[in-house]
Write a protein that binds this ligand. Structure first.
Ligand code: ARG
Ligand code: ZN
Ligand code: CA
Length: 253
């Protein structure tokens, strides 16, 4: 139910050689985002049967911006040649032209994604709704995480995961090694810690979910490999759509 919301996205490619990232790769990334948010990703067959009823199709979709903030025609992609080999996590240099990055496009009208090289193997990070400097609102992802990038994070799921944060989702394990933290979502079982790799367990129990069907390691907000994170849940959908309408409604006009 609900009507589909289309979010205009701008990608700022900030690299010493920004031509390394092709338009086709960025289009493939947008396509993956739309498959995953639409709950029509073919690899959703990996969801174990007992979690299938929680598999969501959100009403959130993404389109490359067709105009610049100044109303000039655009394909929603800009390439900036920088002198910096990489940028650090939570380092806002990448978000400002004056420091070798790219300035955001008005965040009340555009969903800003910076594609760059991140130091120390970081894949990406996002701002949460309402918690940021407008000029720094958005997501930074490593260029190797795009479709066609470097395995096992080469199916575009880093941006899918970060976009979950952008719409107010937290990690399924609650960001603690324990069970007091949680993601404020009822239909994701609490996890003690994150999951790595590509689990294939029929049921994986842990310290916070000790019985039943165990933890939902196929969720986009866990830390598994791209090939194995394949779903948002119904309650995550509700929370993201509420965040969109509460904090980010201006993107839709
Ligand atoms: N470490 C990042 C974060 O917490 C992204 C993890 C993405 N995982 C992946 N399989 N692409 O926001
Ligand atoms: Zn995360
Ligand atoms: Ca936990």
């Amino acid at each position: 139910e609900g009507t589909t919301a289309y979010i205009p996205v701008v990608f700022h490619v900030v690299l010493q050689n920004p031509g390394l990232v092709t338009d086709a790769q960025i289009q493939a990334q947008v396509d993956q985002l739309n498959l995953d948010f639409g709950g029509v990703n073919p690899d959703s067959t990996k969801i174990r049967a007992f979690f299938k009823p929680r598999f969501a199709k959100t009403n959130i979709q993404f389109r490359l911006a067709q105009r610049t903030p100044g109303n000039e025609p655009s394909n929603g992609i800009e390439r900036i040649t920088t002198s910096h080999a990489s940028f650090g996590l939570n380092d806002s240099r990448v978000k400002y032209a004056a420091t070798g990055g790219a300035d955001a496009w008005d965040n009340s009208r555009f969903f800003n994604v910076w594609i760059t090289d991140l130091s120390q193997g970081y894949l990406g990070y996002s701002t949460f709704p309402g918690s940021s400097v407008p000029a720094e609102d958005g997501i930074v992802i490593r260029y190797t995480s795009l479709p066609g990038g470097v395995a096992p994070y080469n199916k575009g799921r880093t941006l899918v995961h970060e976009t979950g944060h952008f719409f107010y989702l937290f990690h399924t394990w609650g960001d603690d090694v324990g069970c007091s933290g949680n993601d404020e979502i009822d239909d994701t079982p609490n996890q003690a810690n994150y999951t790595s790799g590509c689990p294939g367990d029929p049921v994986r129990l842990d310290a916070c979910t000790t019985s039943g069907n165990g933890i939902m390691y196929e969720n986009f907000m866990d830390y598994t490999d791209d090939a194995c994170m394949v779903m948002y849940t119904l309650d995550q959908k509700d929370r993201m759509e509420a965040a969109m309408n509460t904090y980010r409604a201006s993107l839709l006009t």
